[in-house]
Design a protein around this ligand. Sequence first.
Ligand SMILES: C[S@@+](CC[C@H](N)C(=O)[O-])C[C@H]1O[C@@H](n2cnc3c(N)ncnc32)[C@H](O)[C@@H]1O
Length: 290
Amino acid sequence: MTRGRLVKRIAEEVLGEEKARHVWSRLDIIGDLAVIKMPLHGEVSVDELRRIAERLLEEVPSVRSVWLAAGSVEGEYRVRSLLIHLAGEERTVTLYKEHGCRFKVDIARVFVTPRLNYEHLRVASLVAPGEAVLNMFAGAGLFSIIIACKSRPSVVHSIDVNRYAYELIIENAKLNNVDHVVKAYLGDAARVVEERLAASSDRVLMPLPALALDYIPYALLALRSRRGVLHVYLHVRVERGSDPLAGAIEAVRERVEREGWSLARADARRVRSVGPRLVQVVVDAEVRRS
Ligand SMILES: C[S@@+](CC[C@H](N)C(=O)[O-])C[C@H]1O[C@@H](n2cnc3c(N)ncnc32)[C@H](O)[C@@H]1O
């Protein structure tokens, strides 16, 4: 049974079929925390969700704490808003495991989602031995550390503007014995690149759709030769008759060409759905200075 279906089934048993129709079936399990994702809309009360959460604790022994994320992921730090404790230990810090790596995370203070797990490994598998990698929006360091553990980069520069994320990158790099490879920087990625990382890298990750296109000039500034690879994450609206992947490539091409570079090759893929008719897309762009 999928995780979403599990919440639905419990809701049906605890609240009855009629009420259960208003319970969203979105559930993330992050370490030993479970996060039910749905807005509070009046049809189902917090107390009713607490009864579902209590049952979830009984049925999934690895879960110790259940939270409701009633708002979306928002703000500069991209954290879950309107987190409400439902059942179990009142704790937002956990140890999350992905691809054999371990990460300390705090769901209230730093972005983390298990829904990028395929993407983390996919990008790591593209990194060649000896490459210098820059992650401009590193969060708790998931991409950076998985790359450091699975491939053999010379360095993974990892920037985040959130002090707590920056501290977690350092802690998580030590936890996975890759602190000699993963270097953390605190600050706005544009400023950090200008001041410390110009001409430093072969490959640049830009996993923040809100800023990715605008920060392409800084990603290009960070490349250490006339060629390099960018991974640009974008949110694209899915319109009838339009191709979101082709649109994303064109948006990247336009921004790269404005800086006097060109696209030698570009592929795009859907990463995940992020809302009604809204998808996250990644463009893997091999760029060349014209
Ligand atoms: C979507 S999250 C990154 C996800 C992460 N790569 C992962 O896979 O878990 C985006 C991150 O960018 C950071 N951020 C936001 N604005 C920034 C900026 N101007 N410079 C650097 N980091 C920034 C946020 O604090 C957040 O941790």
